[in-house]
Design a protein around this ligand. Structure first.
Ligand code: FAD
Length: 471
């Protein structure tokens, strides 16, 4: 009799260890790892698609080293999973739960299609520390403010990470697409080669980065995390976004360190991990956070739609040094420092009074760590339209922020001084030729006076309130 086979359908969980869905499939039989390039994955921006390709390559190599393959298919997961499960006589299909509206709707349909076809379909935890429905306020609702959320979960149990299970290969393998044929890197054009010098994907890399960070850097995290001129943060976000590292593994590594040292810096890091969970908590309970003002009273606010100023913002040509430095950092590395994300988002939504969705879309296109929950929460927080958001009238002054967090201008020079900084020069090699940018042109003048921009934002807000709006 041939081996029973179980499918693990992989999405944002491209790893082998601490993977409850993969472990359950491996316990049911020989393991058939499957990744489907479905509508949602096809809709990702250029940098996330590029990053996904790197992650899939790495996972395929890790599986191959254990005598297994990663099967790749493109299309509708319902049709692919039911046909494949029936063709190979799979005993079960397993996957890790995701919590955004699109994923919940898709997975619900897949589950019922598989059940109808008589195939056991089981979803598992693993993407977050606490699933969104397990953390409730005293009155049984969900949390809208971070601090009470943190207080509710800080002492709550998080399952210990599990190792890589014994993996057995099926007797035969079904057909698979070739990863290169998907051309996931195509839209990066010449930028891909440059981002590649800043970004290494894969589970082994992720575990190494975590080990290095918890080993020493975390001890300064509380202060270093806001200094733009040092590498003071963990840089784990893309590994979490693609699930190369489980958040539970990171939590327990930090918790062990905290138990040993009692360090406030370590606790600050643990709080940041919980911000990621909070974003998934919010997107689950209010899926419209991705597309609608989270506070509906903001619907009448006179945001400008996409516009020429926003295009200058995207291209790092506003003339506001810290803003342009951040936008260029993102284009070259696929990442941006968290403090600078807040500064550029505030500048776009307040000084340029542009709709936060314009910025969200651009981040979606450029970030290798793009994550629908954290991105939506970050944008709505910055714009003032979100839960637990910074009030609209609190307008970050980019100049003051730069003086405070980059007092010697090291970060700004790194990303703007193309004569003396290789990173700054590489921006011109990364951007599309059609933008017609050249380092020789020098820096553009400020396109908006900071005081004027601030005043315009405050006037718009006052007028909006005077019209009886309650935002
Ligand atoms: C406008 C805006 C958009 C953002 N978009 C994304 C996004 O698409 N993907 C993404 O992963 N993060 C996003 N963030 C959050 C944050 O900027 C990044 O998680 C952080 O910069 C990643 O760097 P790190 O891994 O070195 O973080 P560290 O400081 O080392 O923090 C450790 C981990 O905690 C989590 N974390 C830290 N800060 C936040 C936060 N503010 N919100 C949610 N989780 C957090 C991340 O998983 C991070 O990897 C956004 C923030 C803003 C203001």
């Amino acid at each position: 009799m041939s081996n029973p086979v179980a499918i693990v359908w992989l999405r944002r969980d491209l790893r082998l260890s601490d993977h409850p869905a993969l472990t359950a499939a491996a316990q049911d039989g020989a393991l058939m790892p499957l990744f489907i390039l479905d509508e949602q994955m096809e809709a990702l921006g250029a940098a996330p698609r590029w990053r996904l390709e790197q992650s899939l390559k790495s996972l395929a190599a890790d599986l191959e080293a254990r005598g297994l393959k990663l099967i790749l298919r493109r299309g509708d997961p319902r049709a692919i999973l039911t046909a494949l499960a029936q063709d190979i006589g799979a005993v079960s299909v397993h996957w890790s739960r995701l919590y955004d509206g699109g994923s919940v709707a898709r997975d619900t349909e897949v589950k019922s299609a598989l059940k109808e076809a008589g195939v056991s379909a089981v979803s598992h935890a693993g993407h977050v520390l606490h699933e969104p429905w397990t953390v409730e306020t005293k009155t049984g609702g969900f949390y809208k403010v971070y601090t009470p959320y943190w207080k509710a979960v800080r002492g709550a149990d998080v399952p210990e990470p599990i190792g890589i299970p014994d993996l057995r290969a099926p007797d035969t393998w079904p057909e698979s697409d070739a990863l290169e044929a998907w051309q996931l890197s195509a839209d990066m054009d010449r930028g891909g080669a440059i981002v590649a010098t800043h970004e290494t994907a894969g589970e082994d890399t992720a575990r190494g980065v975590l080990g290095g960070f918890i080993g020493s850097k975390v001890e300064d995290y509380g202060t270093a995390r806001d200094k733009l001129f040092v590498a003071g943060t963990s840089t784990l976000s893309a590994h979490f976004a693609w699930g190369e590292l489980s958040i539970r593994t990171a939590w327990h590594a930090a918790k062990r360190k905290f138990d040993e040292t009692g360090s406030a810096d370590v606790e600050t890091f643990m709080k940041e991990l919980v911000w990621r969970d909070f974003a998934w908590h919010l997107i689950y309970h209010t899926p419209q956070i991705e597309t609608e003002n989270w506070r509906p009273e903001w619907d009448g606010f006179p945001w400008r739609g996409d516009n020429e100023d926003a295009e200058r913002w995207r291209r790092g040509l506003t003339g506001e040094p810290i803003v342009d430095a951040g936008m260029r950092e993102m284009y070259v590395t696929g990442r941006m420092h968290n403090r600078v994300r807040m500064i550029v988002a505030c500048y776009l939504t307040k000084h340029l009074q542009t709709d936060w969705r314009v910025g969200l879309k651009w981040f979606e296109e450029c970030l290798v760590d793009h994550d629908p929950a954290s991105n939506a929460m970050g944008w709505q927080w910055s714009a003032g339209s979100g839960p637990d958001a910074t009030p609209y009238f609190r307008v970050f002054n980019p100049e003051t922020q730069a003086e405070k967090f980059d007092p010697k201008g090291i970060y700004r020079r790194k990303w703007l001084d193309s004569e003396n900084s290789a990173e700054a020069a590489s921006y011109f090699k990364a951007v599309p030729r059609s933008w017609g940018l050249s380092a020789a042109e020098g820096r553009p003048p400020r396109m908006i006076d900071l005081k004027d921009g601030r005043q315009r934002a405050l006037d718009a807000y006052q007028e909006f309130k005077a019209q009886g709006q309650t935002a």
